[in-house]
Design a protein around this ligand. Structure first.
Ligand SMILES: NC(=O)c1ccc[n+]([C@@H]2O[C@H](COP(=O)([O-])OP(=O)(O)OC[C@H]3O[C@@H](n4cnc5c(N)ncnc54)[C@H](O)[C@@H]3O)[C@@H](O)[C@H]2O)c1
Length: 281
């Protein structure tokens, strides 16, 4: 038996983190597409990692439970990397809420019950949630602690209150941040830690879909006018994950770390401010 890292989402961000932190572990990759999970598992295997692939749908509790059961056949789960998700240009409102919001909530809750003592996890939200205005303290609390099965019934998440897929995505990512805070308290009972990374534009197939989607010009303008002047790479996200998941980060839990080349800073106080650059919106 081995220490197990579970990776949900066989995309580029997830794989970069798995390659950084998964050495010496069994890495069990779950993705809605078994083909993608298998391709990621094979490519990591080719560079010395011990991997297995499982079909897993993050929007389904049964599928998540099956995935965890499969992973535990290899040993105790000591690391979680949740990098499965759909972007505003990839899916309708209902799917975004089911995968990015509900599925993440279920996964964090269930892994928190079985993670090895001292284990660590990261989930991936987005800078997008940071541009949405603040919610009320009551709304934040509802997103943080409502039982996962009741989340999608909250009035603020009903179709009449969600403007479009971008709004659904922002609500989902805001919810991820709040859930991580609430879950960190529970994970702490096992001296385990859970944190969140909010990336800006990171070049992956998901981002490339966004570049060619209806908000393509907005995104291209965003990275051209952020302090870094370029989009980020999955390996730069892995640098943050390494801090959060390693011994160096043992005092960090319940946190969200923004890594966006300064795009959010520029959105509030620089050239990306909507008032200063209306053409970007
Ligand atoms: N790339 C970016 O610019 C960026 C920016 C901010 C946040 N993010 C977030 O990072 C995470 C990873 O994105 P990425 O850029 O690596 O994308 P990606 O498209 O490379 O990977 C996402 C993976 O999730 C899988 N997936 C989709 N729906 C699923 C479901 N229901 N169950 C299981 N798997 C499912 C896809 O098949 C895909 O393999 C996402 O949550 C995304 O919202 C990405």
């Amino acid at each position: 038996m081995k220490d197990v890292m579970i990776l949900t989402g066989a995309g580029q961000i997830g794989m970069a983190i798995a390659r950084r932190m998964g050495y010496g572990k069994k890495i069990v990759v779950g993705d809605k597409s078994l083909e993608k999970a298998q391709a990621a598992a094979d490519s990591m295997k080719d560079t010395g990692f011990d991997t297995a692939a499982v079909e897993m749908d993050l929007s389904s509790r049964d599928s998540i439970m099956n995935f965890l059961e499969e992973a535990r056949k290899y040993g105790e789960i000591s690391m979680l990397v949740n990098a499965a998700g759909v972007s505003p240009s990839q899916a309708p409102v209902e799917t975004i809420l089911k995968v990015d919001l509900y599925g993440t909530a279920v996964l964090l809750e269930e892994v928190g019950k079985i993670i090895r003592e001292g284990g660590a996890g990261v989930t991936i939200s987005s800078q997008s949630g940071w541009r949405m205005p603040a919610l009320t303290p009551e709304e934040d609390e509802l997103l943080a602690v409502t039982p996962a099965e009741e989340l999608l019934g909250l009035p603020m998440l009903q179709p009449e209150n969600i403007r479009d897929t971008l709004h659904a995505y922002q609500m989902a990512k805001r919810c991820n941040e709040k859930r991580v805070m609430a879950e960190a308290v529970k994970w702490g009972r096992r001296r385990a830690r859970i944190n969140d990374i909010a990336p800006g534009i990171i070049v992956t197939p998901l981002a490339v879909d966004e570049f060619s989607g209806p908000r393509g010009d907005f995104y291209k303008n965003m990275f051209a006018n952020c302090p870094a002047g370029r989009p980020g790479t999955p390996d730069e996200v892995a640098n943050v994950a390494e801090l959060l998941m390693s011994e160096k980060g043992v005092f960090i839990t319940g946190s969200t770390v923004l890594i966006d080349g300064g795009a959010t800073a520029s959105y509030f106080y620089g050239p990306l401010h909507p008032g200063k650059n209306p053409s970007a919106f």
